[in-house]
Design a protein around this ligand. Structure first.
Ligand code: SAH
Length: 234
């Protein structure tokens, strides 16, 4: 079973939204499991201290390496990838999510305050992963996002296996626009290509729209897509 182990000072934030909808149903039926481990239980003093002032001075607090190491060692001694949610990390991509979903699960460490002692990252070989170029107040929402993205790819979680293959990023393009009834909404009709029942026409329209949206909105993805499509001629 795919298992997410989350180390956090707020275990009560889990499963949170992952108790609902597809992820919640899949968890209830044993497709995946979640352990939220409270870091505070591994503090060495009676106050449950998990943080201390930064060496060198400055604002905020830093999560203690010794406490986090004890928590990690107790909760996750197996071979699953150990990720530290961090704005300094490698940006998470759909390709990485798909690779993580194929494995046994993940161990996620959630930072708080100014972050975690650098020595812990090295000593427990944590890989830093970011969910975007903005700063959250803690790693928990990032962990929820990563787990959600992985769980929906587990076999049997989404209705049709095919629906993940056609999505944004899977082919390196953003997804084409979607429509449903009514046929006319506030004077706007559904594009003709989608309503005639001609499957080849539908496929061509969707491909063209996916390319247009990617070109307009994500020049970075568009450049990478073109490079892959047209390998340089010798
Ligand atoms: N002082 C740090 C930010 C700390 S934010 C810096 O400037 O880099 C507190 C915690 O929130 C981080 O330790 C991390 O676990 C989490 N976090 C914040 N933004 C994140 C992001 N974009 N992706 C993943 N985790 C994030």
């Amino acid at each position: 079973m795919w298992r997410a182990t989350v180390l956090t000072i707020f275990p009560e934030m889990f499963p949170g939204p992952l108790a609902l909808s597809l992820a919640g149903k899949a968890r209830a039926s044993g497709v995946w499991a979640l352990d939220a481990v409270g870091i505070r239980a591994y503090a060495t003093d009676k106050h449950g201290t998990v943080d201390d002032t930064p060496a060198g001075g400055g604002p905020g607090m830093v999560m203690k390496a010794d406490v986090l190491a004890r928590a990690i060692d107790a909760a996750a001694s197996d071979v699953r990838p150990r990720l530290l949610m961090s704005p300094r990390g490698v940006p998470l991509t759909q390709a990485r999510v798909a690779a993580l979903a194929k494995g046994d699960g993940v161990v996620l460490v959630c930072g708080r305050y100014e972050g975690v002692d650098e020595r812990l990252i090295a000593a427990r070989r944590l890989e830093e992963v970011s969910i975007g170029d903005y700063v959250l107040s803690g790693g928990e929402i990032a962990a929820l996002a990563l787990i959600d993205a992985c769980v929906r790819l587990l076999p049997g979680v989404m209705g049709k296996e095919a629906s993940s293959a056609e999505e944004s990023f899977s082919a390196g393009l953003l997804e084409y626009p979607q429509y449903t009834r009514p046929a006319v909404f506030e004077g706007q009709a559904i594009p003709e290509a989608l309503t005639g029942g001609d499957h080849a026409k539908v496929r061509a329209w969707r491909q063209a729209e996916a390319e247009r949206l990617t070109r307009e909105r994500r020049p970075d993805l568009w450049a990478a897509y073109q490079k892959r499509r047209k390998p340089p001629q010798p």
